[in-house]
Design a protein around this ligand. Structure first.
Ligand SMILES: Cc1cc2nc3c(=O)[nH]c(=O)nc-3n(C[C@H](O)[C@H](O)[C@H](O)COP(=O)(O)OP(=O)(O)OC[C@H]3O[C@@H](n4cnc5c(N)ncnc54)[C@H](O)[C@@H]3O)c2cc1C
Length: 492
């Protein structure tokens, strides 16, 4: 067992509870340590052991498991693929991990109404493929699209490279089937027989990170497939110039579907990862741009795009001439996350967002923070909607570096908020940003959030210790000399 995995010291589950859970979940239930370890973490590197893992295959099984867990006061943490970056699917309070991965069917695509009906465990890219086979298009495309699930995308309100033109997952949810904390099943929006006569609970559940309900079915809006697209790779002498060009491009009115930024070190790492050797030199800033739309709109936009970029200091402007070249460009973008492991054993990835016009100022401030804390901070992300992933590179075993990272995170959040931005463009709050939530939301907003949680989940069964919690960020635990000793209940 990894030294960072904490055993759950809760008294062993009593027989009646085991029987109730087994009855609810049939054979798809495990108390085995190896399964519990596999479902104890997400992409944050935080770990906490659940007491059991359950793999339901139907809404009624989800409902029975939630009821049985509620009767035994066992917390329930819904889980998609575990790619979350804020600890959302880490079962901090132990209890049941409810893995939705086996509810993975595309139930239907209604071409006339342009919607897809899916189970929550469908992988994002599988829905994109199914939509394409029906001649339609599902635009939300988190960079984790080959792995992350629609349930996780809905629960996080996931964005992605195409958010700049198409919006986030929220904009595509037209109906949800939900299992509430008492086990009851509610249908909303498109799935509700009453149509639109009341307020829509689905709007609350999107981005609620599994704290209000479990999504068991979703109806998602599909778009027309774009007639045409064109992909460009553009390099700049500095990250600041690339950032300045972002605002110029988005203000141009061109059909920009993707506008991704990368700094020089990120670019070098990704190229080394893809090509097997580090390039001799790279530019300090790059943009990946895609135009999408009608043949006429795309064809007529290339020259205007080039003019804007050259006027903003572009060193080079390359258009992919075929799908192979396009794939090569995207491979660099999609390799960023794994490639950064070559630079340091650990990273802290924060996804702040600022107004696009503030990106150059934020980049300048980020460089100052990197210098003052002595930690490399790399930046890339969906600049087209102001979303920057700032990656603090470090060795997590070094307390000095972790203390410096804690300072850096506070300063980066502070800078983003002062520039009119937000703590999270897409990764959510989970546990790793919860201690900064009150920096962004005022007291009334926090009160409303707490009231909604109390109304839908009065006993705090669903994904406890996330978003609204006094629990400190586990990353920073034990960093100070006077750190309070861990209690038995703390498992992370
Ligand atoms: C390499 C990489 C790239 C990424 N790129 C992006 C990106 O471009 N855009 C972006 O937005 N995010 C990105 N992410 C973050 C992550 O992929 C998204 O947050 C994604 O939506 C999580 O989906 P998941 O299936 O992995 O969910 P999980 O990580 O398993 O869970 C995430 C949250 O959703 C809840 N949840 C899961 N399923 C359900 C359900 N059925 N009902 C209720 N709650 C549920 C969980 O409790 C948890 O709080 C990236 C992550 C990685 C590792």
């Amino acid at each position: 067992m990894s030294p960072s995995v904490r055993e759950n010291r809760r008294p062993a589950l009593d027989r009646a509870t085991v029987r109730a859970l087994s009855g609810a979940a049939g054979c798809s239930l495990s108390f085995a340590l190896e399964d519990r370890i596999c479902y104890s973490f997400d992409a944050t590197d935080l770990h906490s052991l659940p007491d059991a893992v359950v793999w339901p295959r139907s809404t009624s099984e989800v409902s029975e498991v939630v009821r049985a867990a509620g009767a035994a006061s066992l917390p329930v943490t819904a889980r998609g693929a575990g790619t979350g970056y804020t600890g959302g699917s880490v079962p901090l309070a132990g209890g049941i991990v409810l893995s939705l991965e086996r509810m993975n069917r595309v139930l239907g695509i209604d071409v006339g109404r342009r919607v897809a009906v899916v189970e929550p465990g469908v992988v994002n890219n599988d829905l994109r493929d199914a939509a394409e086979a029906a001649g339609l298009y599902y635009p939300p495309d988190p960079a984790s699209l080959l792995v992350s699930t629609i349930g996780g995308n809905i629960a996080e309100g996931a964005g992605g490279p195409r958010t700049v033109l198409y919006g986030t997952t929220r904009d595509y949810v037209v109906g949800l089937e939900l299992v509430l904390a008492d086990g009851s099943v509610v249908s909303t929006g498109f799935l509700a027989s009453s149509g639109g006569i009341s307020w829509d609970p689905a709007s609350l559940v999107v981005a609620s990170e599994g704290t209000l309900a479990v999504v068991t079915k979703a109806v998602l809006r599909l778009s027309d497939r774009p007639e045409s697209y064109a992909t460009f790779w553009v390099e700049f002498p500095s990250l600041s110039q690339a950032a300045t060009a972002v605002a110029a491009v988005t203000a141009s009115g061109l059909p920009v579907a993707v506008l991704e930024i990368l700094d020089g070190e990120t670019l070098a790492c990704a190229m080394e990862y893809v090509r097997g050797q580090r390039p001799d030199s790279v530019s300090e800033g790059a943009l990946l741009i895609e135009l999408e739309g009608s043949d006429v709109a795309v064809a007529g936009s290339t020259e205007r795009l080039r003019d804007r970029l050259v006027a903003n200091g572009a060193l080079s402007f390359r258009e992919a001439t075929d799908d192979l070249e396009r794939d090569e460009i995207w491979e660099i973008r999609r390799s960023i996350s794994p490639s950064l492991a070559r630079l340091a054993t650990g990273k802290i990835n924060e996804d702040i967002a600022v107004p696009r016009s503030a990106i150059p100022e934020f980049v300048r401030r980020m460089h100052e923070i990197s210098e003052s804390t002595g930690l490399p901070i790399l930046a890339f992300g969906h600049a087209g909607d102001g979303n920057l992933h700032v990656n603090i590179m470090l060795n997590r075993a070094e307390r000095d570096q972790m203390r410096a990272a804690r300072d850096a995170v506070g300063l980066l959040f502070d800078a983003a908020l002062k520039m009119g931005g937000t703590l999270s463009g897409e990764h959510g709050i989970g546990i790793t940003k919860a201690d900064h939530l009150a920096d962004e939301l005022d007291e009334s907003a926090l009160r409303v959030t707490a009231a909604v949680k109390r109304a839908l989940d009065p006993t705090g069964l669903l994904n406890p210790e996330k978003i609204l919690t006094d629990r400190p960020n586990p990353w920073w635990r034990d960093l100070d000399g006077d750190a309070t000793p861990r209690t038995e209940a703390e498992r992370c």
